[in-house]
Design a protein around this ligand. Structure first.
Ligand code: MRU
Length: 391
């Protein structure tokens, strides 16, 4: 490992490709968009609860509808939650609702992904500043919308830069190419203004002919890996294989994994990483088997206000997500599927944290759009955030 704690990039001169079509991986319906039909502005989501069976749109006409869409995971994944939060505040402003109330409701819709708070507060702040300048209602609403659009654009750019930095790191750690990468949950175009975080790195490797295999954890209980990552991998003609979460250990043991690539919902100031439950066991496995464990996330996921992993609030979700299968998701046509079949005795209590926290000493590197932090230390992260603030 490099002695430096923050590197601008393993290949500083590498040009960052333009984001010609941020949703290239998803031809059909964009993950999120703002629309202005004659009846008034709306936010249109690709309803992720219905994937991969169908690509259908969910139209939100107000912030409470968007809060509900966030809670039910119709839109999910840290970076796009930030974008959704910002558009949600812009929607409240454009429709003449109380902007501060909407911002509070959106920021609190789910507790772990800090990007949601960031996006909602950024649009709220833009609105507040416009009002303070003497702007009228429509002008202040336009300022909130401009902030949301800027965040959407910046996230697409960050995604492209993370892909460049992440692929350079993979090549550095594993010269010779032919990367076999294990990933967990879903981190592609469905969570981003661009092509995602960890998935964008794997996609870049694929495009360069250097991805030998993408191992996709199914990601119980809500199957973001099986339903969403496999869907994105198939769309991009990537060589992927789906596995149950508990098959990962034997895969490591047989030497089939060269690196783990995951995203993050919140990175504390000490480098602790909150991500989809099941990430921490992968980090333990990776350390035991001497495999790099790499976290890919935009700088907006780093929360210097959260000192360490114990201060991260981990969302606890309803027990029925564990005691039943396929609820509330739509079965793929033709497949044998349960549609909400109970798999545990009625009344069974479930432990269902949505996320877990991996301590910094198990993380080989954090890849951001501003560069790579490795080893992962509080000082390295602080330096990264300071640099990002200057840009
Ligand atoms: O509960 P979800 O589906 O919102 O969880 C999403 C994840 O844990 C992702 O891995 C994380 O948001 C990173 S996405 C870049």
């Amino acid at each position: 490992q490099s002695g430096e704690s923050v590197r601008p990039s393993a290949t500083p001169a590498a040009p960052v490709p333009p984001v010609a079509s941020p949703q290239a991986a998803l031809p059909g319906v964009p993950t999120i968009r703002w629309d202005e039909p004659p009846e008034g502005p709306v936010i249109v989501l690709l309803d992720q609860t219905r994937l991969p069976a169908e690509e259908s749109e969910l139209v939100c006409t107000d912030a409470p509808a968007l809060v509900q869409a966030i809670r039910t995971l119709a839109v999910r994944g840290a970076p796009v939650l930030g974008i959704a939060g910002a558009y949600g505040v812009a929607l409240a402003a454009a429709r003449g609702f109380d902007v501060d109330e909407a911002a509070d409701a959106l920021a609190g819709a789910r507790p772990t992904a800090v990007n949601l708070v960031y996006g909602a507060r950024r649009a709220q702040e833009a609105h507040r500043a416009a009002v303070a300048r003497g702007a009228d209602g429509p002008e202040a609403a336009a300022a909130a919308l401009a902030a949301a659009r800027a965040l959407h654009r910046e996230d697409a750019e960050a995604s492209a830069r993370m892909a460049v930095h992440g692929l350079a790191l993979l090549d550095e750690l594993m010269p010779g190419g032919g990367h076999r990468v294990l990933t967990h949950c879903n981190t592609g175009a469905l969570v981003s203004g661009g092509e995602g975080t960890a998935f964008a790195v794997a996609l870049a490797a694929h495009r360069e002919g250097r991805l030998r295999r993408l191992w996709v954890d199914e990601t119980r209980p809500l199957l973001q890996g099986a339903r969403l990552t496999a869907y994105e991998a198939a769309r991009n003609d990537m060589p992927y294989t789906l596995l149950t979460d508990n098959a990962a250990g034997s895969l490591f043991a047989s030497g089939e994994v060269d690196a783990v690539l995951i995203g993050a919902d919140r990175i504390a100031a000490d480098g602790s990483v909150a991500n989809k439950v099941g990430s921490y066991p992968l980090a333990v496995l990776a350390r035991y088997h001497h495999v790099p464990f790499i976290v890919v996330a935009p700088v907006t996921t780093v929360d210097m206000g959260t000192p360490d992993g114990s201060a991260i609030e981990v969302e606890q979700r309803a027990g029925h997500e564990v005691t039943e299968v396929t609820v509330p998701f739509v079965p793929v046509a033709g497949a044998e599927a349960g549609g909400g079949t109970a798999v545990a005795p009625l009344g069974t209590q479930a432990y269902n944290p949505a996320f877990d926290v991996t301590p910094p000493e198990l993380v080989t590197a954090i890849v951001t759009e501003e560069g790579v932090v490795s080893p992962v230390t509080a000082g390295g992260l602080a330096e990264l955030c300071a640099r990002s603030a200057q840009v």
